[in-house]
Design a protein around this ligand. Structure first.
Ligand SMILES: Cc1ncc(C[n+]2csc(CCO)c2C)c(N)n1
Length: 233
């Protein structure tokens, strides 16, 4: 059988396939990061997990707000609905799960208030706001995508192995549920639709935003292991 040659300039892959491929080296380093290794082995110090959760509280709350702020700038009703529901779903989903973790680990509001936001968490969040306010809602969507998608890949990679520490096991399970995988797929579709709405230059900026978020995701594990602070940069 002769091979079918794709027409010149015709791509068989979607935009998200392409950026996923570009980010692969960074994602692999996340999946195999010592933080993740220790989480599955069960020897991740609880103080490190606590540190991660405290930083991630800030991240999750800003991530939810970003959904609404992006939706404010869109006209595509499907996208708006997904983002508005995403913001609400975050409160009932991941943020609710984390509240349970906080209770188990005696993390109080006072401790939250006293915890400085670490540089990497701060920079990652600011990068997403910059994608929106110095860029476009499409660029911001691309900046949000690694958060959804990478954690799903991590959850799927870790679920068969699990963790002997029940808290860490629960963390893994959060990112492998069917409902969550559905929302990841919707976010992927949303990004592909967004890429179809912009010119080549903006598409390149979407790619850069996606790669930067992937790099910040990788940096987040190291930040947590090192208990990064403004004095330790
Ligand atoms: C740094 C960081 N990156 C990604 C996630 C995972 N996450 C955050 S919001 C969201 C969407 C729906 O829950 C997902 C998957 C995290 N917790 N912290």
């Amino acid at each position: 059988m002769p091979k079918v040659k794709p027409k010149e300039g015709f791509t068989l892959t979607t935009f998200t396939d392409q950026i996923h491929e570009l980010a692969r080296p960074l994602w692999l380093r996340s999946v195999h990061h010592p933080f993740i290794k220790q989480l599955t082995a069960g020897d991740l110090p609880l103080s490190t997990f606590r540190y991660y959760l405290l930083q991630d509280r800030y991240y999750l709350s800003e991530f939810g707000k970003l959904h609404d702020k992006i939706a404010d700038q869109l006209t595509d009703q499907t996208a708006i609905n997904f983002l508005r529901e995403g913001a609400a779903g975050l409160k009932n989903g991941e943020i609710a799960v984390r509240k349970g973790f906080f209770a188990k680990l005696n993390i109080t509001q006072a401790e939250i208030d006293l915890t400085p936001i670490a540089p990497t968490a701060y920079n990652y969040v600011n990068h997403m706001y910059a994608a929106l306010y110095q860029g476009s809602p499409q660029r911001a969507i691309a900046a949000l995508l690694p958060c959804y998608w990478l954690y799903n890949e991590i959850g799927q990679a870790l679920i068969s192995q699990g963790s002997p520490v029940s808290l860490y096991q629960q963390w893994i399970e959060t990112y492998d549920s069917d409902g969550y995988t559905d929302s990841v797929n919707q976010m992927i579709q949303l990004t592909n639709r967004a890429a179809g709405q912009v010119d080549e230059t903006e598409k390149q900026a979407m790619t850069t935003a996606f790669i930067r978020s992937s790099a910040y995701e990788l940096g987040y594990w190291g930040m947590s292991l090192r208990h990064e602070s403004w004095d330790s940069l």
